[in-house]
Design a protein. Structure first.
Length: 403
């Protein structure tokens, strides 16, 4: 693999598929290596040829993040150091410490005050209400409501934290990313466990929209430094992961076109002068024919390579905006492309709708398909062995958890 000397150095904090997807985008567009700072010697970026990987179990702290970025800024004084985060904890650290970083460090995320508000789902639903964006029937639960509160929609319901960063700082037995609640007893028990563990922010109780994973969508956008949306890429999620911790993570996506849906999100983003990547989770509600927005991630999503694979390289949007300061016209996704991180046999076994299976077959025949972690040329055997084991483990995970 060959690398080129550029005017910038990309950096991303984290260790999951998000980090490798961003690094791969930078390599494919600019032939550069990406510095990756993770907690452990694991994940798809570890032992990769396109990354310079450094592990530190304490990396999720202000001091460590500042030191890592300022160290690179000092090492490369004539280059722009572009910083990404692979999860909410990291982008919070990057955003709130912008003023502590050297002048040649670029943090392409919104200011921390706005980020902190948007990461609360109750605040996001207020924005949806003001901007005419559809979302599921919702109760914002706070501890002072007790357990004797009314609920107008029926079971099963969804229970999830309004603010996920601190939620995971308070682990408890049976903790899940999203609770699927079947009755009042289960609801009260999950609420009690969550708050007894130390979580303090609101919880979200939500109407369950009918339909399988094949009713899910993901919308990724990029808003430039002026707050103008210049890219929107919609993905139809055909399968998600179903384990307790990974539940809701995308496993299979086909890019689609839906200009009406994109315009809703574009208005919301531009009205609040949002900048950087945004990522919406959406589900189609067959009862009223509407697309319901669940939340906004104030960063590129874990599955961001579905965007790059569809022709909208995520690295290029940031570099063109911040390094070369070029104007970029608005582009919307149109052509289908298949992104998958599970074996094909698993995909065809658990996708139910025949029209979706046929779309998958067609894209595979046309070679419009990608698994982002398996890149040609990045074939160190120890890395491939780890990734292959993870890849094949989905046979067991779906058999155990999918219903």
């Amino acid at each position: 693999m060959e690398f080129k000397n550029r005017e910038f150095v990309p950096v991303i904090f984290g260790g999951d598929i998000n980090t490798y997807s961003v690094a791969r985008a930078f390599y494919e567009e600019y032939q550069v290596q990406t510095y990756v700072f993770g907690k452990y010697l694991s994940g798809p970026s570890y032992e990769s040829r396109i990354t310079i990987y450094q592990a530190d179990p304490q990396i999720e702290t202000d001091e460590k993040v500042i030191a890592a970025l300022n160290g690179l800024a000092k090492k490369f004084p004539d280059k722009k150091v572009i910083a990404f985060g692979a999860g909410d904890t990291y982008i919070n650290l990057l955003s709130k410490n912008k003023k502590q970083l050297k002048e040649n460090v670029i943090v392409p995320y919104i200011d921390f005050e706005m980020m902190d508000r948007l990461q609360r789902k109750d605040f996001f639903y207020d924005l949806c209400e003001k901007n005419g964006v559809d979302y599921p029937d919702t109760i914002v639960y706070t501890p002072d409501m007790g357990l004797d509160f009314a609920m107008e929609f029926s079971y099963p319901v969804i229970l999830k934290p309004s603010e996920s960063v601190t939620y995971w700082h308070h682990p408890f037995e049976g903790q899940e990313k999203i609770f699927y609640i079947q009755n009042r007893k289960e609801l009260e028990a999950a609420i009690q466990k969550t708050y007894e563990a130390g979580y303090e922010s609101p919880m979200i109780i939500q109407d369950t929209i009918p339909g399988s994973d094949e009713s899910m969508y993901v919308l990724t956008s990029y808003s430039n430094r002026e707050g103008q949306v210049v890219m929107m890429c919609l993905g139809h999620v055909l399968l998600e992961e179903h384990g307790p911790i990974a539940r809701g993570n995308h496993a299979l996506i086909i890019t689609e076109e839906n200009e009406t849906l994109m315009k809703q999100a574009k208005k919301l983003l531009e009205d609040m002068h949002y900048v950087g990547f945004s990522n919406f989770d959406i589900k189609y509600d067959s009862r009223d024919g509407k697309y319901k927005f669940f939340e906004i991630n104030t960063r590129q999503g874990r599955s961001n390579y579905y965007v790059t694979g569809s022709g909208f390289n995520v690295a290029r949007y940031v570099v063109e905006d911040y390094v070369y300061q070029k104007e970029q016209p608005l582009k919307l996704s149109k052509d289908p492309h298949l992104w998958m991180v599970i074996p094909r046999k698993v995909a065809f076994r658990y996708v139910k709708e025949e029209k979706n299976k046929e779309a998958m077959r067609r894209l595979i025949r046309e070679k419009k398909v990608v698994n982002p972690v398996f890149m040609k040329g990045d074939g160190k055997l120890s890395r491939l062995y780890r990734l292959f084991r993870t890849h094949m483990s989905h046979f067991v995970k779906y058999k155990k958890y999918y219903s």
